[in-house]
Design a protein around this ligand. Sequence first.
Ligand code: NDP
Length: 292
Amino acid sequence: MTTNVTLNNGVTMPALGFGVFQTPPDVTAQAVRTALETGYRLIDTAAAYANERGVGEAIRDSGLPRDEVFIETKVWISDYGYDQTLHAFDKSAGKLGVDQIDLLILHQALPSRFDLTQDAYRALETLLADGRVRAIGVSNFMPDHLDTLLKQTGIVPAVNQVEVHPFFTQPTVQTADAGRGILTQAWSPIGGITSYRGAGTSTFDDPTIAAIGAAHGKTPAQVMIRWHLQEGRSAIPKSVNPRRIAENFDVFDFELTPTELAALDALDTGVRGGPEPDLITLETFGRDIPEA
Ligand code: NDP
């Protein structure tokens, strides 16, 4: 296993990154600064998180050369449409304070308005051709969404960012991604959503995960991150806590056995924590994304 993955267009991306969903705008810069000091070189944000400015500030403060940090952000559904999505790039790049975004993805499919989704993706293709972005992708796309998209596009998404943690592994989506040359990137990779949603047992309290961790002297979060990396996924755990930011990056000195990987796979409940992708509509989830 390496720490980098090569996307389907030849661009290299760190497999392990840092997420900032629900990180308040006023603490985002500090969290990302800590992550960069720890060694993370992939930061995942989104226009809808309202914290792209803090991400950009931390990257500038770090003093790292721009090409050493891989920036991923997402276009929100309210900005879908060809011209709107081109402008969404300007908004995100402006807030991040960069000329080029490494990976720009569509945050959700809009199944009831796939025409808008398609037009948004065409804008991503234009941005890619113009060198404004280095790679393009999608998020929360189910196999039928991928099929519909691929019927009308020449460029296969580099990444599909979907919910994957031991309690919800989406094997069908992972197989569909792999079959099309798309990298699966896990959101809520340590099952944060099983904890902050407050329903039932969280991944952090699961006895199987804990026992595997104990066998390696590692925490449940470290076991889950290692599981993603060994199974070939990218993972973007989020934390605002410096100790946990470091913990989640300290995963390169142990190896899970095939039996342990299978035991983690077997924890899948088939129950998603996030919204049902087919039910995403502008009416229920639309919201204005401010100008830069
Ligand atoms: P994660 O699986 O990353 O879990 C984050 C939660 O777990 C936070 O509450 C965090 O709290 C806590 N936590 C972090 N590290 C540890 C640890 N070592 N031990 C115990 N608890 C820990 O969930 P997210 O939902 O945040 O997903 C990660 C990223 O994925 C997001 O930040 C975002 O970038 C992306 N995402 C994308 C979505 C999409 O639709 N495309 C949807 C959801 C997320 P604390 O901060 O206090 O440490």
